[in-house]
Write a protein that binds this ligand. Sequence first.
Ligand SMILES: Nc1ncnc2c1ncn2[C@@H]1O[C@H](COP(=O)(O)OP(=O)(O)O)[C@@H](O)[C@H]1O
Ligand SMILES: O=c1ccn([C@@H]2O[C@H](COP(=O)(O)OP(=O)(O)O)[C@@H](O)[C@H]2O)c(=O)[nH]1
Ligand SMILES: [Mg+2]
Length: 194
Amino acid sequence: MRPQIIHILGGPGCGKGTQCVRLATKYHFKHLSAGDLLRQEQSREGSQYSKLISDIIKEGKIVPDFITCNLLVDSILNEQKTNKFLIDGYPRNEENLKGWLNATKEKELDIQALIFFECSKEIMWERIKKRAQNSNREDDNLNSFTKRLDTFYNHTMKVKDYFQSQNKCITINAEDTPENIFMTIEQRLKFLLK
Ligand SMILES: Nc1ncnc2c1ncn2[C@@H]1O[C@H](COP(=O)(O)OP(=O)(O)O)[C@@H](O)[C@H]1O
Ligand SMILES: O=c1ccn([C@@H]2O[C@H](COP(=O)(O)OP(=O)(O)O)[C@@H](O)[C@H]2O)c(=O)[nH]1
Ligand SMILES: [Mg+2]
């Protein structure tokens, strides 16, 4: 069967990773966080992209697609246990989207849906501040958060528009408790979750 893919997007700190972990555990998805893959590549000894990734992440900008797309495709093709994937935090702009649509067509990957989290910037900032207490991430500070937010509104929203035009976008209110958000996702994605 063709690998099945669900994307998750939303602003910085809205709770994408938290809900992906829950979904992956209960429904046996492989959770691929584009940000985690980039951070791994950044700290991989000998990586020619370390500095580029680090600089872009601090600035809240978006890493060129050939890097992120290759990391994701490699992870999908190397996965042995499942053919269901949650792709967390990607595609983040139109360049990512174009690269991803080409790659998925070529590799015959089936994109089923985008889960899009809606959350106010005030709540996202509260959550980032909480995460900053133990995340050690270079971008969990007010300066990077402001830039990431700007990138989100100016670029990532266009990706949402694309999925909406394909009738594949499921919008979820992410301002609730993690438990309630998870229940809402389960209800809205019943047709996909097995
Ligand atoms: N629904 C929620 N209510 C309160 N805090 C949350 C909720 N979801 C996630 N968090 C917390 O907010 C922070 C950011 O969550 P995370 O899942 O890493 O977001 P994202 O991947 O979208 O940046 C973490 O500290 C997490 O524990
Ligand atoms: O496809 C991606 C995903 C992430 N990033 C970079 O990695 C950072 C952190 O992404 P992550 O998804 O981990 O952040 P989150 O939204 O979960 O806080 C982003 O701000 C971007 O700079 C990127 O360039 N391309
Ligand atoms: Mg995350």
